[in-house]
Design a protein. Structure first.
Lengths: 318, 378
């Protein structure tokens, strides 16, 4: 295998595995910046995957190649709806954030498979016909060397995810909404005193995490698993959570961490084809992302700090 | 005392609401909730074998829930129960298959200790990382679940010797010297996979209750959970308590996994995901509301749902997943107990108001009667 082919194989598969993590970890960032811990990202991704597959199977014939992209919208919509459950529980009903997130995670696969059984009569769907596959980005793919490596036969959703990362960074750190969102996550009482609607801002943070988590799940379903079953989303949501923490609650950091996780996940898959990694037992590549997460968490702890009021319910004085 | 009473009523309300949600979902999707729940009950209690299955299901859930409760008492959220259980399961099965000739009186205790020890180790690591470096135990235990899952499968597929394996994906059955199944129990429950594990679980409820409530160690763990700073001021090592609490928590989960291996399945096989007993145990602990007796009741309720749910598709057509939806809803209401407490307060307030208005009316009435009689007298 030529060096060029090797690089482009690793890069394109890294992008495929990173894309869902980028979307979801940025979603988590919005939620936690607003002060709501979201352990339920896994469940939200599951519902997004479910919605996109049902959408895809139902409308692929009429919508053709645009189906997976519109499937993202379906995943986002269902993700928002599902995240409302977390918002209601934590913001309005003052539930413990981790318990509520755990409920989301328990509920999503059960509800998804239940509905699949109701709709299709069996526990998993048939493969979708229109998936993301590999696409070339027009124009950019013509750049010599770099174009071939990065933009030819690449993952469309991954590049969309990077745009979203940039946009999210701008929203969180450069806009009025972002400032308010962060203030609610740091010191809700002070924010309340200044006339901000703490509950509404926290709802929006959680709902944005639902939107992006739903998109993330839809990306997994339509570019990796290509169908929906109980095992479509197994752990990606938790990985995204880890990426968010690595990224220090910053969308660009989450992007970097997701790319790193995507790389180690893709090496576990394509490693067998690479000369240098052929002899490394696959178990090491499999557990590498999780081991690295722990090491980095321990190592860089002094520098990571969650938003101050993250996970703390705000009870307005009557 | 009142807190205890409160959480019992919260738990009962939550179960009721969860079942109502399940019924609504069945109605919406065109199933008959009455026949659905009848099917559930009859497949949980229909025969001695069903009851045996419910008890088999309860066994690991009691232990993982106890483990979760101990960690929670110390202020930790142990999401790693399933990985810790897996460590015990793989280790105990591997060990017992490797020594097929060891006599049972030595094999069984040593296998139980080994499995619990492996779980304890898997629990102590995140405890230590938290105590020493402040690394969030939530993240570390989640990550360790995956590490242990992949390691367990890899040990089965690539490390275990061929002659203790049935196929690439399953080990052979453990021998009679390591099996926790008891003949009279198996016969009594018409061949269910119930084992002596249920007795171990029941004993552990008492043991853990005793350790946590009646010993210095338990007192220290509780003190650290309530307020680490004042515990340290009182001379308690918060670091040591954190590690010990997480080790006990993981050890109980490891014991649960060991009993799954030596009592329920009698082997180990490739796992597609972390064993459900971890998250289900968490659900049991949350429903149990931190009370040790509550764990027993909650394990019984969730196990009846689980085993009963298995029979739902056949006789009523309702997919099995409905019971998981019900379980999740129950925990939702436990978590959002504010809602239930608010409703209880409303009901109480309404009762009081009704009582006081009734009282007022009564007074007014007697007054008017008196007035009337006065008038009549005039």
């Amino acid at each position: 295998m030529s060096l060029m082919a090797m690089f482009s194989l690793v890069i394109s598969s890294t992008l495929v595995y990173s894309a869902p993590l980028i979307f979801t970890s940025i979603g988590g960032t919005f939620s936690e910046r607003a002060g709501v811990v979201n352990v339920g990202l896994e469940g939200i991704m599951g519902m997004g995957a479910f919605a996109s597959v049902v959408f895809n199977l139902t409308l692929a014939d009429t919508l053709g190649a645009a189906t997976p992209w519109l499937g993202l919208v379906a995943g986002a919509a269902v993700g928002v709806l599902f995240s409302l459950l977390h918002a209601v529980a934590t913001v309005t009903l003052r539930a413990d954030h981790i318990i509520s997130g755990t409920v989301i995670n328990l509920l999503a696969p059960a509800l998804g498979v239940f509905l699949i059984k109701v709709l299709y009569g069996k526990g998993q769907t048939i493969p979708i016909s229109q998936d993301f596959g590999y696409a070339s980005i027009p124009g950019l793919s013509k750049i010599p060397v770099l174009g071939q490596l990065l933009f030819e036969k690449t993952s469309g959703p991954a590049w969309l995810a990077m745009l979203v990362a940039g946009l999210s960074w701008y929203i969180i750190f450069k806009t009025k909404f972002g400032l308010r969102l962060r203030s609610v996550g740091e010191n809700p009482q002070a924010a309340d005193t200044l006339g901000l609607n703490v509950a509404r801002l926290r709802y929006s943070g959680v709902m944005i995490s639902g939107l992006l988590g739903g998109v993330g799940g839809a990306v997994v379903a339509q570019s990796i698993s290509l169908n929906y079953s109980a095992s479509t989303i197994v752990g990606q949501g938790f990985m995204a959570m880890a990426a968010m923490i690595f990224g220090r609650w910053n969308p660009l950091g989450a992007l970097g961490a997701s790319l790193f996780f995507g790389l180690s996940q893709s090496l576990a898959v394509v490693g067998a084809q690479l000369p240098g990694l052929k002899n490394v037992p696959s178990i090491w590549l499999q557990i590498a992302p999780y081991v690295f997460t722990i090491i980095v968490l321990v190592f860089f702890f002094g520098k990571t700090r969650a938003p101050k009021a993250d996970g703390v319910n705000y009870i307005k004085a009557a | 005392m009142t807190a205890q009473k409160n959480s019992l009523s919260v738990a009962l309300f939550s179960v009721l609401f969860g079942l109502i949600i399940g019924a609504i979902i069945m109605l919406v999707f065109g199933y008959n909730p009455f026949s659905g729940y009848t099917a559930l009950l009859s497949s949980a209690f229909g025969s001695m074998q069903d009851i045996g299955s419910v008890l088999t299901q309860m066994t690991p859930l009691i232990l993982t829930a106890l483990g979760f409760t101990v960690a929670q008492t110390a202020g930790f959220f142990n999401i790693g129960l399933s990985g810790q259980a897996l460590a015990g399961w793989v280790g105990a099965v591997w060990y017992s298959l490797s020594f097929p000739d060891m006599p049972a009186y030595f094999m069984i205790p040593s296998a139980l200790i080994l499995g619990a020890g492996l779980g304890a180790l898997a629990g102590a690591i995140p405890g230590w990382l938290r105590a020493q470096f402040g690394a969030s135990e939530v993240i570390v235990t989640i990550m360790m679940n995956y590490i242990l899952l992949f390691l367990g499968n890899d040990i089965l597929q690539n490390t275990m010797s061929k002659n203790i394996k049935e196929s690439a994906e399953t080990t052979k059955q453990v021998g009679a010297n390591a099996s926790l199944q008891i003949k009279w129990l198996t016969d009594l429950t018409q061949g269910s996979s119930i084992s002596a594990g249920i007795f171990i679980s029941l004993i552990m409820i008492v043991v853990v209750w005793f350790i946590m409530k009646k010993t210095t160690l338990g007192f220290e763990i509780r003190a650290v959970g309530l307020n680490p700073d004042s515990a340290r001021y009182a001379g308690i090592s918060a670091k040591r308590s954190a590690i010990v609490a997480m080790a006990i928590s993981g050890g109980l989960a490891g014991l649960a996994g060991t009993i799954e291996g030596l009592g329920n399945y009698l082997n180990f096989f490739t796992q597609n995901g972390s064993p459900a007993i971890g998250f289900d145990g968490m659900a049991v602990a949350l429903l149990g509301g931190g009370s040790y007796l509550g764990v027993l009741g909650a394990a019984a309720i969730l196990s009846v749902l689980k085993i009963g749910g298995l029979g739902m598709p056949m006789s009523s057509g309702v997919p099995f997943e409905l019971v998981d939806i019900v379980t999740a809803s129950i925990i939702f209401f436990v978590g959002a107990s504010y809602l239930i407490k608010l409703m209880q307060a409303r009901i109480k307030a309404m009762d009081e108001k009704a009582a006081s208005t009734a009282e007022a009316k009564k007074i007014a009435k007697t007054k008017s009667v008196q007035d009337n009689s006065k008038k009549g007298g005039e």
